[in-house]
Design a protein around this ligand. Structure first.
Ligand code: SAM
Length: 244
């Protein structure tokens, strides 16, 4: 039986795993690469890889049995543009991204990440500031970053982190705060379930701008700033007799 969740901060999942280079994963390693973080059982990428043969598709997943099953599905169909890897994206992805050939990472998707609702568990959420910066450093102008979730309190901090990098913009004309539809032609398993229950899905498509990524410290300061300003404002409310 596959566990519902694993704790990504436990010692086992904190062990770095060197990930194979694209040349070891795909028949044509120089095709544009789509990276799906948290690919679970992998059926989304399995369908997409067949619909988009001129892309390579890589799923990363922390629950190893799901990776084995997904990889077997791809092999059964002899798909040479699809691969799944077992890893903790927060531990093993950044060094792999840093070594990627320039310009390859044309699309990243992060769909319905585990919510980890309790505040003390927020640090288990996958989109941490360091990961957002590693993605921004690996993506080039106009590359896509697509995020979606059915949980507002999960997607809002993701949007905050991505926008605080200063490296991504929404395509002009996209509805705000959430896109009206999915830009990808395949729905994930979680997405299908949510839609079948007529529940809302919150989506944003970003495109990489030419901006230089900040350092991690700068990004953390940007993320902390609104809170500090809010706290400061609460400590020093304007006096009621202040002139307009
Ligand atoms: C709620 S599921 C959504 C799966 C799929 N994206 C979908 O939309 O149907 C989130 C997935 O992310 C995986 N995951 C969570 N943290 C991860 C991490 N740090 N690295 C890689 N995968 C992770 C979980 O094991 C799980 O399979």
């Amino acid at each position: 039986m596959v566990r519902q969740h694993v704790n990504p901060l436990s010692r086992f999942y904190q062990l770095p795993r060197p990930l194979p280079r694209p040349a070891e994963l795909f028949a044509e390693a120089d095709l544009p690469l789509h990276l799906d973080i948290g690919s679970a059982r992998g059926r989304f990428l399995l369908a997409l890889a067949q619909q988009q043969p001129h892309w390579n598709h890589l799923g990363l997943e922390i629950r190893r049995p799901l990776v084995a099953a997904a990889q077997a599905d791809g092999q059964a169909l002899a798909l040479t543009n699809l691969h799944y890897l077992f890893c903790n994206a927060n531990v093993s992805l950044a060094p792999w991204l840093a070594a990627l050939p320039q310009g390859l990472l044309a699309r990243v998707s992060l769909q319905f990440p585990d919510p980890w609702f309790k505040k003390k568990h927020h640090k288990r959420r996958v989109l941490q500031p360091a990961l957002a910066l590693a993605l921004a450093a690996a993506q080039h102008n106009n590359h896509e970053l697509f995020v979606q979730s059915d949980v507002l309190e999960v997607i809002e901090p993701m949007v905050e982190v991505i926008e605080a990098t200063g490296c991504y913009a929404r395509p002009s004309g996209d509805a705000r705060p959430w896109r009206l539809n999915n830009p990808l032609p395949v729905a994930t398993e979680r997405e299908q379930l949510v839609l079948s229950q007529n529940l809302p899905v919150y989506r944003v498509l970003y495109r990489r701008t030419m901006a230089q990524p900040p350092t991690l410290v700068e990004l953390q300061q940007r993320l902390a700033a609104p809170l500090e300003q809010t706290a400061e404002a609460a400590d020093n409310p304007p006096s009621s007799d202040a002139q307009p």
